[in-house]
Design a protein around this ligand. Structure first.
Ligand code: NAD
Ligand code: UDP
Length: 341
C-alpha cells in the first residue's frame, strides 16, 4: 500500500512515517518544510534502513498536487500538514484558514479527481470546545474552540462529513489527538519547535538543556487537584502507532463508508506540576519555574475516553509518563539545537 503523508517531515508526521515504513507501507511525504527540516526524513530513513519518497511542496498548490497524484499510485492519505500554533492563530487567523482549510479542500479535491478515498485527518481534542465535560467521548457534539486554529479543525471535520454524504466512496477517519509529547526511543527524531516553544514539554526540555532560564507556569489557581491545568499527555510513538492502527482498520473494513472519529489519548489527566516533577525525577535535572498569569483560552482540565480506539482499532497508549520524559530528554540532550546541530 502506498501512503501519501502530508506534513510528514513534522513532529508527529516523522514518527508516523517511521512506523509506517516499519509496518511495510510505502510512503510518499509531501511537505513545504515551513515548520520542519528534511533532516528528519533522512534520520527516519537511517533508522528504518528504508527510503522515503520526498516531494517538497504546498498542499494549496493544486498543480503540484495533481502532478504528485499523477506520478504516484496513492492508495491512502494521512493528512498532517497544518499550521498549529494556537496563539499565533489568533494574530493571523486568515493564514490559518488559508493553510489549514483551503489546503485541506485542495487536497480532498485532488484526491477525488484521482479516485483516492482513504483519508486520515489529524484532528485535535480542541474540537470538543469549552463546554463538553471530561472525559471527552467521540459521540459528544463538536464545540466552539477558543482559537482560530481549533476552528480550522472543526471546519475540516465538518467538510469531511459533508464530503462523505455526497461521495459514497469516501472513507474518512478523524484522529483527535490529545497532548503528544516525547520522542522516538533512539533520540534521533523528536520535536524541534522554531523560536520560543509554545508547548509545555519542549519548553521544559529547553530549560533543562540550558537554552531557557526558567519555565512560566500559566496559572496555579485552576479548580484542579494542585491548581495547575491538567492534560492527557501521550507518547508520540503511541500516537504514531495509532495511525498505523487506523490504516489497518481501513484496510480490514472493506465495507466501511463515511467518517469515523477516534480519540487518541491515555484516558488520564496530568497537571503541569506533576509533569515538572516527573521530568525532574526521570532526568535528574532541576527545572526552575515561576507562576505566571493564566494563558488566554486555556481550559482547566481535559482528557480522553479512549475506549473506542481500544475496541475498534485495537490500539491503546502503552508507554508511561516516565518513558515520555526520558525519551524527550534523550532527544533534547543529544540535539540541543534540534535538527540544526
Ligand atoms: P508540525 O508543525 O511539526 O508538522 C506539520 C508539518 O506540516 C510540518 O512539517 C510543516 O512543514 C508542514 N506543513 C504545514 N503547512 C503546510 C502546507 N501548506 N503544505 C505542506 N506542508 C505543510 O506539527 P505536528 O505537531 O507534527 O502536528 C501535525 C498535525 O497534528 C497538525 O495537523 C496539527 O494541527 C495536529 N495536531 C498536533 C497536536 C500537537 O500537540 N502537536 C495536537 C493535536 C493535533
Ligand atoms: N503551559 C505552561 N507553560 C508553558 C507552556 C504550557 O504552564 O510554557 C501549560 C498550559 O497552560 C497548559 C499545559 O501546560 O495547561 C499544556 O500546554 P500545551 O500548550 O503544551 O498544550 P495545550 O494547551 O494545547 O493542551
Amino acid at each position: 500500500m502506498n501512503v501519501l503523508v502530508t506534513g510528514g517531515a513534522g513532529y508527529i508526521g516523522s514518527h508516523t512515517v517511521l512506523c509506517l515504513l516499519n509496518s511495510g507501507y510505502d510512503v510518499v511525504v509531501y511537505d513545504n518544510l515551513c515548520n520542519s527540516s528534511y533532516e528528519a526524513i533522512k534520520r527516519v530513513e537511517k533508522l528504518t534502513a528504508k527510503t522515503v519518497k520526498f516531494v517538497e511542496g504546498d498542499i494549496r498548490e493544486r498543480l503540484a498536487l495533481t502532478e504528485l497524484f499523477k506520478t504516484n499510485n496513492i492508495d491512502a492519505v494521512i493528512h498532517f500538514a497544518a499550521l498549529k500554533a494556537v496563539g499565533e492563530s489568533a494574530q493571523i487567523p486568515l493564514d490559518y484558514y488559508q493553510n489549514n482549510v483551503h489546503g485541506s479542500l485542495t487536497l480532498l479535491e485532488v484526491m477525488a479527481e484521482f479516485d483516492v478515498h482513504n483519508f486520515i485527518f489529524s484532528s485535535s481534542a480542541t474540537v470538543y470546545g469549552e463546554h463538553n465535560p471530561s472525559p471527552y467521548l467521540e459521540t459528544m457534539p463538536l464545540g466552539r474552540p477558543t482559537s482560530p486554529y481549533g476552528t480550522t479543525k472543526v471546519m475540516v471535520e465538518n467538510i469531511m462529513d459533508d464530503v462523505s454524504k455526497s461521495n459514497e466512496k469516501f472513507r474518512g477517519i478523524s484522529l483527535r489527538y490529545f497532548n503528544p509529547i516525547g520522542a522516538h526511543e533512539s533520540g534521533q527524531i523528536g520535536e524541534d519547535p522554531k523560536g520560543i516553544p509554545n508547548n509545555l514539554l519542549p519548553f521544559v526540555a529547553q530549560v533543562a538543556v540550558g537554552k531557557r532560564a526558567k519555565l512560566s507556569i500559566f496559572g496555579d489557581d485552576y479548580p484542579t487537584t494542585d491548581g495547575s491545568c491538567e492534560r492527557d499527555y501521550l507518547h508520540v510513538m503511541d500516537l504514531a502507532e495509532g495511525h498505523v492502527a487506523a490504516l489497518t482498520w481501513l484496510q480490514d473494513s472493506a465495507q466501511f463508508r463515511g467518517v469515523e472519529a477516534f480519540n487518541l489519548g491515555t484516558g488520564t489527566g496530568t497537571s503541569v506540576f506533576k509533569i515538572i516533577n516527573a521530568f525532574e525525577v526521570a532526568t535528574n535535572k532541576n527545572i526552575p519555574f515561576e507562576i505566571s498569569p493564566r494563558r488566554d483560552g486555556d481550559l482547566p482540565a481535559f482528557w480522553a475516553n479512549a475506549d473506542k480506539a481500544k475496541t475498534a482499532l485495537n490500539w491503546q497508549a502503552k508507554r508511561s509518563l516516565e518513558d515520555m520524559m526520558t525519551d524527550t530528554w534523550r532527544w533534547q540532550s543529544a540535539n540541543p539545537n534540534g535538527y540544526n546541530n
